[in-house]
Ligand binder design. Sequence first.
Ligand SMILES: [Zn+2]
Length: 179
Amino acid sequence: MHCPFCQHNDTRVIDSRVSEDGATIRRRRECEACGERFSTLETVELKLPSIIKSDGRREQFDAKKLRQGFDRALQKRAVPEEQVEAAVRAVVHAVRMSGERELASRRIGEFVMDELRKLDHVAYVRFASVYRSFQDVADFREEIEKLERGLPSSEQLPLLEAAALASGQARAGERAKKR
Ligand SMILES: [Zn+2]
């Protein structure tokens, strides 16, 4: 690294310290030519892609918003905090591993659905019904029936309730009961 004082093209590291959170390394350097000392900070550069929203606008990927999405879907569901955190991390990882510079928000929705499906079926249905905005009631029923086939019967009831509660889909539940 160049010396910022005399522009000499080599400096020597005389001390390295990792920050408390482990996210940065501070290095103390000394210029071999003029003897001036200065510090540099080293941080990991991991760029997350920008998100293309359904209306075409772009925004920075925001892990906080992602967490809020999980919280909304998991409201009043007994899912341990560590599992939610792990699921959020898994989505961030998937986003990162996509290697894209821009990613459609729909793709992220799919990553979230993959995680919610493993975490809690009720939350999955809640999220999917809003996110995917099922084309019609038949699509929605089909999705629930697919889930129910893989579930013990004790878990099927809350699933139907979630389906009925899911935003904009209350009618689907009503119609299903009449059948
Ligand atoms: Zn110098």
